[in-house]
Ligand binder design. Structure first.
Ligand SMILES: [Zn+2]
Length: 250
C-alpha cells in the first residue's frame, strides 16, 4: 500500500476550512443532509479531524472541528464526534494511502443496494475511479463499534468506495478536494446508470480497455483543482462558503 503523498503538509486550520467547505457543498447537493460526515487525516499522528455530531452540515465552521485519536478519544475541541466515527478511523487505519473519507446516506447509492441482481458500474467517462469495483457491505446496521468499522474497511479493501446495504456509502480519497470531486462524479455516475435503467435499457458500462484509454489522458490533480474552483466560487456566490477561508486554488 503506498504512503500518503498529499495533504500531510497542509496546516490544521487549512484542513478545517476545507472540511467545513466540502461538508457545506455536499449538503447543497443532498450528498450530506441532517446526517453523514467527512473526516480528514491529521498529519503525522494517528488522529483525524471531524465535525461535532450535533452541528448542522449546512453551517459548519472551521473553528468547531474536533480532533479525534484512533481510539475514538477527542484530543482537541469540545463536544462529541458523530456516533459512526469508527467508519473513518478504521478506514484510515486500514488504508495509509487515503487522507479523506466520506460517509453519506446518498439516496442513489442506497437504491443500488436494494435492487436484486443489479450492480452499480462505471458508466460515465468520469467514473474511471471505480474501475476496480464497487463492493457492497452486506450489514445495513448503524456503525457504532470499531469491529463494525473494521468489517466495513475489509469490504472496502483496496477499492475507492463501498456501498452499505440499505444505509449509504463510504468513499475515500487522497485529499479533501479529491474526495469532493469523487463524490460529485460518483453521484453523476449512479444517476446515469439509473437513467439508463429507467429508460428500460440494459446498462452498458465502460470496458476495462475504455477505462485504460481514458486514464492514459487523465490529469487527476488538474481536474480536481478545476472542479474545486468551480464549486468554491459557486459556494462563495451563494454564501455557503466563507471568503475568509481562502480556499480558491492558485
Ligand atoms: Zn450512516
Amino acid at each position: 500500500m503506498p504512503k500518503p503523498v498529499e495533504l500531510q503538509s497542509k496546516s490544521l486550520p487549512r484542513l478545517a476550512a476545507e472540511l467545513a467547505a466540502v461538508s457545506r457543498m455536499l449538503e447543497t447537493m443532498n450528498i450530506l443532509s441532517y446526517s453523514g460526515h467527512i473526516a480528514v487525516r491529521v498529519p503525522d499522528r494517528d488522529a483525524l479531524m471531524i465535525q461535532r455530531r450535533t452541528d448542522s452540515r449546512a453551517e459548519l465552521t472551521p473553528d468547531r472541528m474536533l480532533l479525534v485519536d484512533f481510539d475514538g478519544k477527542v484530543i482537541q475541541g469540545d463536544g462529541k464526534p458523530p456516533s459512526e466515527t469508527s467508519i473513518h478511523i478504521e478506514a484510515f487505519r486500514a488504508r495509509p494511502d487515503i487522507n479523506a473519507s466520506l460517509h453519506s446516506h446518498m439516496d442513489l447509492a442506497i437504491a443500488f443496494t436494494m435492487m436484486k441482481g443489479v450492480q452499480l458500474l462505471p458508466m460515465r467517462a468520469r467514473a474511471t475511479r471505480w474501475k476496480s469495483g464497487i463492493p457492497t457491505h452486506p450489514d445495513p446496521s448503524h456503525i457504532k463499534y470499531p469491529q463494525q468499522g473494521r468489517e466495513l474497511a475489509a469490504t472496502l479493501g483496496p477499492h475507492h468506495v463501498a456501498l452499505m446495504r440499505a444505509h449509504g456509502l463510504l468513499l475515500v480519497a487522497e485529499s479533501l478536494p479529491a474526495l469532493f470531486s469523487d463524490a460529485v462524479h460518483f453521484q453523476e455516475n449512479a444517476q446515469a446508470q439509473m437513467d439508463v435503467m429507467q429508460a428500460g435499457a440494459a446498462p452498458e458500462p465502460l470496458s476495462d480497455a475504455e477505462i485504460d484509454k481514458i486514464l492514459a489522458l487523465e490529469d487527476r490533480p488538474h481536474h480536481v483543482a478545476k472542479l474545486w474552483n468551480y464549486y468554491i466560487r459557486k459556494g462563495l456566490a451563494a454564501g455557503s462558503v466563507d471568503k475568509g477561508w481562502n480556499l480558491l486554488a492558485a
